[in-house]
Ligand binder design. Structure first.
Ligand code: SIN
Length: 307
């Protein structure tokens, strides 16, 4: 049995699977459930400065190849999430990734300050939600300058807590955007957020089904987009990448690692496969390494990028 430890910006994970943001909410209990089923790290749903209801239902819709979602960043607010982080740290040793968003660039800093006070292992900065950009006025993650400024603001506040910037596949030249994040002080990149947004129409009501009309696409169908993004990012940065998007099987996770990811985010896969997905992916990764004669994930990381 080949062991699968990885290190993300100095934070040790016993395996590379990371519960992605958004799929199991913000509670310490649901994060602990993913840990009990083998996740190497867990990410909470993104939180903002104030409690937020999000969009009214329907907010999530199964579609061929995955899910469409426009949840609208519902969350109980940073103070309540900080409480959950402390609760989680009291019961689990596995690294916890807190995810934050802001309605303005300055607000990213305010939320970071509240959350960092609870000492998550890592801080993920969500500049890439596809479902609220019109409401917030600026699609931060599509604007390279704004993303670099937010990175700097958050990193100044986070200090020694590693900061990962979660990027959108819709961003123009994602490799150079990731480089801007690195230059602005990011310790890592999470890629990707959901794709689109897309739309599904009810043929009987003859109206879009999601209350927000459109929503981000996640799940198996987006894997090739995510792998391409991770591949391009890996060519442009030296900081670690959490490759997220469509991972359902060990082979999907391997593609991400071969593209250059250090760890793999699993979100919609929990929905489609069940909470056993973390152990199943790890078992498959370990078997692949053993059968191919490798001693660890370092032996294959980024191999697809060797030209
Ligand atoms: C949402 O809450 O609408 C999705 C969050 C995200 O994709 O960042």
């Amino acid at each position: 049995m080949v062991e699968l430890p990885v290190t993300l910006a100095g934070i040790k994970l016993h395996n590379p699977t990371v519960l992605a943001s958004g799929i199991l909410g913000v509670s310490a209990s649901s994060a602990a459930l993913a840990v009990a089923h083998g996740a190497g790290a867990v990410t909470l749903k993104s939180c903002g400065a104030e409690p937020r209801l999000g969009h009214r239902g329907p907010t999530i819709l199964p579609v061929p190849g995955g899910l469409l979602n426009a949840v609208g960043l519902s969350n109980p607010g940073a103070a309540a999430v900080a409480h959950e982080i402390r609760d989680f740290r009291g019961r689990c040793e596995v690294p916890l990734v807190a995810s934050i968003f802001g309605r303005t660039e300055a607000e990213f800093g305010e939320v970071a300050a509240i959350i960092c006070d609870a000492h998550p292992a890592l801080l993920e900065v969500n500049v890439s939600c596809p479902n609220v950009s019109s409401e917030f006025g600026t699609p931060f993650g599509l604007d390279h300058d704004a993303t670099a400024r937010i990175t700097r603001i958050v990193k100044d506040i986070a200090g020694t807590i590693p900061v990962f910037i979660k990027l959108s596949p819709q961003a123009h030249n994602i490799g150079s955007l990731a480089r801007r994040c690195q230059d602005a002080g990011a310790d890592g990149i999470t890629a990707i957020n959901s794709v689109g947004p897309g739309m599904a129409i009810d043929v009987y009501t003859r109206r879009p089904i999601l209350s927000n009309l459109s929503g981000g696409l996640s799940g198996r169908a987006v894997l090739p987009v995510a792998v391409r993004c991770v591949y391009e990012i890996a060519q442009n940065v030296s900081i670690p990448i959490i490759g997220t998007g469509g991972i359902t099987t060990p082979e999907d996770a391997l593609q991400m690692i071969l593209a250059g990811a250090t760890a793999v985010g699993i979100g919609t896969g929990v929905h489609s496969t069940g909470i056993s997905i973390f152990q199943e992916v790890c078992r498959g990764l370990s078997e692949y390494l053993e059968e191919s004669g490798f001693t660890g994930l370092d032996d294959i990381r980024g191999a697809a990028n060797d030209r």
